[in-house]
Design a binder for this molecule. Structure first.
Ligand SMILES: Nc1ncnc2c1ncn2[C@@H]1O[C@H](COP(=O)(O)OP(=O)(O)OP(=O)(O)O)[C@@H](O)[C@H]1O
Length: 277
């Protein structure tokens, strides 16, 4: 695949006191994709993303980013290419203003003062945080803190963003807002890997879903294929989104997510009314 950005090949990883966390996993992500990484607790999702960031090194297999092997790369090297957003934004927020927090990464990477200003202004604008630039980040809402973490990551101009459960603990409005932000970043050319347990989000926003189960890759395809009813996804700890489950009960309605179900049901009701009018 010539446009492969992240290429994880035949990876094996075992924690010192634990069992095999990843068992011969292949995971290639092409530039521009929006990939959801799913699976029950302990299936190996975080381990896979930590390997991608060179935070840990595999016992077997190899990882390339943009065609370059990462075996000798440090997390700081990888941070130039991949922005990593932790589940808990408090883990990565340290400075006294939102602006200083976002500027930290570009400063560490040695950007020029002009490039820092430009990147920070762009990241603030993309995340809708411009008006909060002077605020103390730790006092912000969880949703805003998560956006500060995303702004800090994109200010380093990475090709890829990896987000570990970014919507957990957020209300539905904040979660939707965050997903729209990620969609916008993806449209700007940033490749997205989203670790999530939320099947609704996968159905609505991801172009591709990869499922891990007990350290093995068990599915790689579109969300529509994942939820088409032909696989025993319950065995992987997954449930289809409610809208998909409902549409599978309704003859002639084949919806992949809640928005599609709303549209299809609306159209069917309108047609029915017209027929009997
Ligand atoms: N630091 C660690 N030391 C020992 N074992 C670990 C460590 N971190 C994870 N594991 C084990 O490795 C396996 C994979 O864990 P991992 O955190 O990658 O899964 P996950 O899919 O991200 O889970 P979750 O959805 O709960 O975050 C699990 O069996 C877990 O218990």
């Amino acid at each position: 695949m010539p446009d492969t950005l992240l290429n994880i090949q035949d990876i094996v990883f075992t924690y010192k006191n634990g069992g095999r966390a990843l068992d011969h996993v292949d995971f290639a992500v092409r530039a521009g994709e929006f990939v959801a990484l799913a699976g029950r607790n302990g299936s190996g999702k975080t381990t896979l993303t930590r390997l991608a960031m060179s935070l840990i090194k595999p016992a077997g297999g190899s990882i390339q980013f943009a065609g370059n092997g990462t075996a000798a790369m440090t997390p700081a090297d990888m941070a130039r290419s991949i922005g990593y957003v932790f589940q808990n934004p408090d883990r990565q927020i340290f400075r006294e203003t939102v602006l200083k927090e976002i500027a930290y990464g570009p400063e560490q990477l040695g950007f020029s003062p002009e490039a820092i200003n430009e990147s920070v202004a762009w990241a603030l604008k993309m995340t809708g945080l411009t008006e909060l630039a002077g605020n103390f980040p730790r006092m912000l809402s969880r949703g805003h803190k998560q956006k500060v973490a995303i702004a800090s990551a994109i200010a380093m101009r990475p090709k890829m963003l990896i987000l570990d459960e970014p919507t957990s603990g957020q209300d539905p409005w904040e979660a939707q807002n965050l997903m729209e932000l990620l969609t916008g970043l993806n449209q700007q050319g940033i490749t997205i890997i989203l670790v999530t347990h939320d099947m609704e989000l996968i159905a609505r926003y991801a172009g591709r879903a990869v499922v891990l189960n007990q350290g093995k890759k068990v599915f790689d395809g579109t969300p529509a294929e994942l939820f088409d009813g032909s696989r025993n996804i319950a065995a992987w700890g997954l449930l289809p989104p409610a809208a998909v489950a409902l549409s599978q009960q309704l003859t002639g309605i084949d919806a992949g997510n809640a928005a599609e179900l709303t549209d299809l049901l609306g159209a069917a009701i309108k047609k029915g009314r017209e027929q009997y009018a």
